[in-house]
Design a protein around this ligand. Sequence first.
Ligand code: CO
Length: 133
Amino acid sequence: MLFTEIDHVAIAVFDLEAAIAYYRDTFGCEVEHREVVEKDGVEEALLKVADSYVQLLTPSRDDSPVAKYMAKHGEGIHHIGYRVADCGVALEAVKANGHRVIDETPRPGSRGTTVAFLHPKTAFGTLIELVQE
Ligand code: CO
């Protein structure tokens, strides 16, 4: 098994502060990490839930892929991040099985992780992110 944990469930929201307040006031979730990932055009807030995270994300600019996604689909679950021991090994396994990927090689993600996105077309409609800590 290449997955070691669900790393995060990413939820796209229009108003990051309002979403943070919703999770804090309703469920007592605190923000553990915030980051603007300029390259991806997103601002994210990570809320720790046991050993996983809820990742609230919002576009940091109008032309980012998340902004385009939200213009079409609105708010809601955007992708699932699965934790893996070795992102490169997991990515090669996906390719070796003939499935499409978005990132051909692992790249830096937020909070110092190494990540790779897989194409939803060959993953039953889910955008999957492989996350190596
Ligand atoms: Co993610």
